[in-house]
Design a protein around this ligand. Structure first.
Ligand SMILES: Nc1ncnc2c1ncn2[C@@H]1O[C@H](COP(=O)(O)OP(=O)(O)OP(=O)(O)O)[C@@H](O)[C@H]1O
Ligand SMILES: [Mg+2]
Length: 381
C-alpha cells in the first residue's frame, strides 16, 4: 500500500466514523472500529489492541424499539401527516410462496445478519441495500415484511409515490427526514415505489428539482448504516437512474407466479375451509396462469364470500374461473382434461364450462390415464 493510499484510507475511515458517531449510530461505530482494529493491526498493533479492548468493554446496543419510542416518527411539515408507516412487530396473514431464487436471496440476507462474525472475519459487511423488482402483487412488500419478521426488527415503509405527490420542493427534506430517523434504529426500511422519483422526469418544469431529489437519495443510500437493512421496490426498473440502481448490492427479481406456485398458494388459501382444496388447486393453477398472487387472492376471496353467504356452493364459484371464452382453445382443452382427471366434475359439466367437445375430453383424459376418479357426488354425467 502506498503512503497516499494509506492516508486516503485513514481519512475515509475517520470521516465514516465521525458521521456515524455524530448521528448516534452506535452499532455502526462498533462495526467501523472493529474493521479498523483489523486493518491497522499490522502497521500499529498497540493501537489496534487498544481499540479491541475498548470494543470488548463497550455496552451492547440499546433496544431498537426503545430508541424508536424516544424519537417521534417524522411528519410532513405542512400536513403534519406521518411520512411513513411503522410496523413495530411485523406479521403476515399467511406464509409467502417464493421462487427458489427469491427464497435463496432473502435467506442469504437473514443469514448474514444472524452470523455477522463470519463476515467480519472475512473483512466483509452484510448486504446493506437490496432492490426488489417485479410486477404488482407478486410479494415485494410481503418479502420486506417477511425479512423484518425473520430479523425481529420493526418495518418502516416509505411510499415514495405518496411523498412525491405532496409538494415536490419538500420531498427532498422529507426524504432526508425519514432516512435520518430510520438510521437511528435497527430496522428494515422499505422505499416503496422507488420509480416514482424517476417517473416525473419528463416534466420539464420539475427537472431541476428531480435531479436534486435523485442526489439526495443517492447520498442517503451511501450514508445508510451497515447495521440497517435498506430495501426498495419497483415495478419499473427501466425508469430508475443507473446511479441509484448501482447502489443496491443485491437485485432480486420477483416474477409472476409459475403454475406450481399458484397451485401451492391456492391450496394453502383454500385448505382450511374446503376439503377438495388440493384437486382444485391443480385446476385453478392452469386457470389463473399469468396472473399475480394478489389478483388470485382477490378472486378466491370473492368466491369464498359468495359461498359463505349461501349464494353459490364454493365448487360452483371455483368452476366459474375455468369458464372464460377468452382462453385459447389449447388452454380450455387442458382445463377440461384436468377437471375430469382430478375427478372434480363430470365430462358433461367440463364441456359446459369450457366448450370443449366431450369426445375430446374423454380421449385426452383416457390418454393421461384419468377420468375415473369422480369426487363430486352431486355431478351427473
Ligand atoms: N409470493 C406471495 N406469496 C403469497 N402471497 C402473496 C405473494 N405475493 C403477493 N401475495 C398476496 O398479495 C398481496 C399483495 O402483495 P404485495 O403487497 O407484497 O405485492 P407487491 O409486489 O408489493 O405489489 P406492488 O408492486 O403493487 O406494491 C399480499 O398481501 C399477499 O396476500
Ligand atoms: Mg408493494
Amino acid at each position: 500500500m502506498t503512503q497516499n493510499n494509506k492516508k486516503t484510507d485513514i481519512e475515509s475511515d475517520f470521516l465514516h466514523l465521525a458521521r456515524s458517531a455524530l448521528s448516534g449510530r452506535t452499532q455502526d461505530v462498533q462495526v467501523i472500529l472493529r474493521r479498523a482494529a483489523k486493518r491497522y493491526y499490522e502497521a500499529v498493533p498497540r493501537f489496534a489492541e487498544a481499540l479491541s479492548d475498548l470494543l470488548r468493554e463497550s455496552p451492547s446496543a440499546a433496544s431498537p424499539l426503545r430508541r424508536q419510542q424516544e424519537v417521534p416518527v417524522p411528519v410532513d411539515l405542512d400536513t403534519r401527516l406521518h411520512l411513513m408507516r411503522v410496523e413495530a412487530h411485523p406479521s403476515l396473514d399467511h406464509e409467502p410462496v417464493f421462487t427458489p431464487g427469491v427464497c435463496a436471496s432473502l435467506t442469504q440476507i437473514v443469514q448474514e445478519r444472524r452470523n455477522p462474525d463470519a463476515l467480519m472475519r472475512a473483512g466483509l459487511d452484510p448486504t446493506r441495500a437490496a432492490l426488489f423488482v417485479g410486477p404488482p402483487g407478486v410479494g415485494k412488500t410481503m418479502a420486506a415484511r417477511w425479512l423484518a419478521r425473520e430479523l425481529g426488527r420493526p418495518l418502516l415503509i416509505l411510499d415514495l409515490a405518496a411523498v412525491m405527490s405532496s409538494l415536490l420542493g419538500r420531498t427532498g427534506s422529507n426524504l432526508r427526514h425519514v432516512l435520518d430517523y430510520a438510521k437511528t434504529i435497527d430496522c428494515v426500511l422499505l422505499l416503496d415505489e422507488l420509480d416514482a422519483i424517476a417517473k416525473r422526469r419528463d416534466d420539464h418544469a420539475e427537472i431541476g428539482e428531480l435531479k436534486r431529489l435523485v442526489t439526495v437519495l443517492i447520498q442517503q443510500i451511501d450514508d445508510w448504516p451497515a447495521s440497517g437493512v435498506l430495501l426498495a421496490a419497483t415495478n419499473h426498473p427501466d425508469l430508475l437512474d443507473p446511479a441509484i440502481w448501482r447502489r443496491f448490492e443485491m437485485h432480486i427479481d420477483f416474477p409472476l407466479p409459475s403454475e406450481p406456485a399458484i397451485a401451492q398458494f391456492v391450496e394453502s388459501t383454500l385448505a382450511p375451509h374446503f376439503a377438495a382444496a388440493k384437486p382444485w388447486s391443480h385446476v385453478l393453477a392452469a386457470a389463473f396462469a399469468g396472473r399475480s398472487f394478489s389478483d388470485i387472492e382477490r378472486d378466491l376471496s370473492a368466491a369464498r364470500r359468495s359461498a359463505a353467504l349461501g349464494t353459490q356452493p364454493l365448487e360452483d364459484c371455483l368452476a366459474a374461473f375455468v369458464s372464460n371464452e377468452a382462453f385459447p382453445k389449447s388452454k380450455r382443452i387442458g382445463l377440461a382434461t384436468v377437471i375430469v382427471e382430478q375427478g372434480l366434475l363430470s365430462q358433461r359439466k367440463a364441456h359446459e364450462l369450457t366448450g370443449v367437445a366431450r369426445d375430446t375430453i374423454r380421449s385426452r383424459a383416457a390418454a393421461r390415464g384419468g377420468g375415473s376418479r369422480r369426487r363430486n357426488a352431486g355431478a351427473t354425467a
